[in-house]
Design a protein around this ligand. Structure first.
Ligand SMILES: Nc1ncnc2c1ncn2[C@@H]1O[C@H](COP(=O)(O)OP(=O)(O)O)[C@@H](O)[C@H]1O
Ligand SMILES: [Mg+2]
Length: 145
């Protein structure tokens, strides 16, 4: 158990709590970590800018990837002192399906994910990404509040 934990992070406070929990579990179990960030695409906006010309689309994607790199750099700084192996992975697309793909690709044993993220509609206990991941993952999922 907890041999290779995937922790998806979106830069929200709750996702950093999930990272801390995953780090502690990995330390306890001598496991490794896969820290994942999915860069969002805005499909409607993308269709619109495709009409306007590819340059704008490239600028949009470059900006989003820069933000993604920033999230993973923050994660790296929070992992200081961790003795196991950590991989940092970034994908572009729909967060839940990319997280599920990455979990299979990296053969993780568990997923530790925040209950809420950047979207933040307070009355919901679970965000759409965490609920989809919990429903469809083939490995145990720990949801951090
Ligand atoms: N783009 C993303 N990349 C990686 N992890 C994500 C992403 N979006 C959400 N997550 C993970 O899912 C958790 C819950 O977020 P989410 O379901 O999107 O809730 P909300 O609707 O409040 O944004 C986050 O704490 C984070 O662990
Ligand atoms: Mg969200």
């Amino acid at each position: 158990m907890f041999k290779k934990i995937m922790v998806p992070v979106d830069g929200s406070v709750t996702s950093w709590k999930a990272l801390e929990k995953a780090k502690a579990l990995a330390e306890l179990c001598h496991g490794d970590l896969v820290v994942a960030h999915v860069v969002l695409t805005y499909s409607n906006a993308e269709l619109y800018v495709q009409e306007a010309g590819g340059d704008i689309l490239d600028v949009e994607r470059t900006t989003m990837k820069k933000l993604g790199t920033h999230v993973l750099d923050t994660a790296k700084s929070k992992m200081e002192g961790f003795s196991g192996k950590v991989e940092y992975v970034m994908e572009v697309g729909q967060p839940a399906s990319q997280i599920l793909n990455l979990a299979e690709k990296h053969e993780v044993t568990d997923i530790v994910i925040g209950c809420r993220g950047l979207g933040g509609i307070e009355e919901f206990l679970l965000g759409s990404v965490s609920s989809k991941v919990a429903q469809h993952a083939k490995v145990p999922v720990l949801i951090v509040k």
